[in-house]
Write a protein that binds this ligand. Sequence first.
Ligand code: HEM
Ligand SMILES: *[C@@H]1O[C@H](CO)[C@@H](O)[C@H](O)[C@H]1NC(C)=O
Ligand SMILES: *[C@@H]1O[C@H](CO)[C@@H](O)[C@H](O)[C@H]1NC(C)=O
Ligand SMILES: CC(=O)N[C@H]1CO[C@H](CO)[C@@H](O)[C@@H]1O
Length: 538
Amino acid sequence: MGRVVVCFTLGLFINLQVSGNRFQFASYTYENKTDPATRQLYEFRKEHPEPIGLLTTSSGYPVEIRDTITLNTDIFSNTFFVDSILHLDHERVPERVVHAKGTAALGYFEVTSDVSKYTKADVFNGIGKKTPVVGRFSSVAQNKGGNDLAREFKGLSVKFYTQEGNLDLLCLNVPVFVLKDPEYFVHFAHASKRNPRTDLFDDTAKLDLLTLRPEMLHGSLWMLSDYGIPNGYRKMDAFAIHTFEVNNRQGEKYFVRFNFRTEQGIENLSSDEAIKISGEDQDYYNRDLYNAIAMKNYPIWILEMDVMTYEDILNLNYDPFDITVLWKKGTYQTVQIGRLIFNENPDNMFRISEQSAFNPGNLVPGIPGPFDNVFKSRRLSYQDTQIHRLGINRNRIEVNCPIYRKAYNRDGYPPVKDNMRDAPNYFPNSFSGPVPFVDASRPKERLWIMESNAVDLEEASYFYNYVLENDEHRDRLANNTVKLLLQNPPFIQRRLINLFYLVDQHLGEQVSNKLYRALKTDITRNPKVLRIPRLRCY
Ligand code: HEM
Ligand SMILES: *[C@@H]1O[C@H](CO)[C@@H](O)[C@H](O)[C@H]1NC(C)=O
Ligand SMILES: *[C@@H]1O[C@H](CO)[C@@H](O)[C@H](O)[C@H]1NC(C)=O
Ligand SMILES: CC(=O)N[C@H]1CO[C@H](CO)[C@@H](O)[C@@H]1O
């Protein structure tokens, strides 16, 4: 009886191996017909032809073969059974409030240019210097396990394990954000996620909020355009968006926007292509990244910064700190910093992806960072949500550990690692506890910016007329908008179209004509149904 159960996990493979030519042939075509992600278990067995060891409970008790079956036994005396069932009951942590669906990769960053003129950050200084990184790619509103192909922004977070602590750059695949007042992030998140009654994604909520907060128009146009569905995480750029203050060894300030440019080229999917692919594989992005890395086709991004001097920003006719605004051509110069390469798949996604905690406030000397209100609120919000998700000792979890750490923080829910052993636990002290350093070139004053509440539709208009490269792309944008509008009550349809007319007459006309036609066709087909029923907006 016991032996039958053991063979259930290993027996199938063992049979394949020993059953002669017919099965060897089968295994040959199997390798050639499957992708690395599909073959993962098979590859594991190839690397480990024998079981990797004896089975124990989580406290190390060796499991006897008769304890792997509980029928007709004294079940609660069975340590193996109790240990495994209790563990299963507790093995979820809360998914991220946003960016829950994602995947991670490991790699390194290599400096390719001398940027010491702008920043003294050690990680970016010294051509050829390599720094290990972890990256996490994500969608925004999808739940963990959701659809990679939904029309949403995509994220790329990079944690650099530098000699001066962790530097986290959190990026989106578009260069602007949808809002500049962090209070509205709460409402943007609620409208993007599930409706409280139906528990469904709700296009009405999305367009209602968009039309009531017109500063969202610019970012939303990016989302409705081809940029809304890249053809996988490898085929997109990634932008940290905010304007960061940086400083050099002399304490001189510069203002920069960090941009990762894909070496794979930007590619995107149309709504129809995305619907088709998601019917077959909702994990299309995750699989694509995993397979590329497994097949040594390592994805690469060039990290650049767009730079302005202090004098530059004093002489602009727009606000360079506004994250709903693109920096205007001709007002900045672009400097290359280095290359980001992902060359390793994590051997355990929970350990690396689910437990990772990126914090925009994780910065290094030489990068004091942005000072707009959205960034200031993010310095708090990410840590707060991660304390909820992973606990107060999130930075003592392996994937988040900096190379060097000596802090006065003690205790709390595990992991605590060595908990600073017997070192003094208060500051200041006279007994050789850790001491702060002196940064002579740290700029003495910080800027304080006044942020305007006014909404300037010029940004959206520029996007429609100049960022979109041709009328076909504009037509796809209009088509995507109409699909969303069809899910909305007429007063919201009118509100969006009115706003679109203000952005650009052609955009307003396109969308209203297409909407009119779509409604008409729909009415003709079925007079009772005004709305096209479908699962999600693409
Ligand atoms: C007020 C503005 C914002 C707030 C309050 C906010 C909040 C959050 C929260 C709570 C998470 C989940 C973090 C976790 O559980 O570990 C998150 C994730 C993320 N956010 Fe934001 N966010 C804001 C704006 C932005 C902006 C402007 C960007 C891009 C520049 C951005 C990029 C990301 C990325 C890439 C992730 C995924 C991190 C990961 O992979 O773990 N967010 N955000
Ligand atoms: C088939 O798989 C084998 C074993 O992995 C490999 O050596 C061979 O190159 C593959 N052939 C083709 C045509 O991909
Ligand atoms: C937009 O939709 C119309 C109507 O379905 C279609 O004829 C047209 O080809 C679409 N435009 C693009 C660029 O796909
Ligand atoms: C922004 C962008 O790269 N758009 C491209 C998306 O893909 C279509 C079809 O492949 C191209 O025509 C667009 O230029």
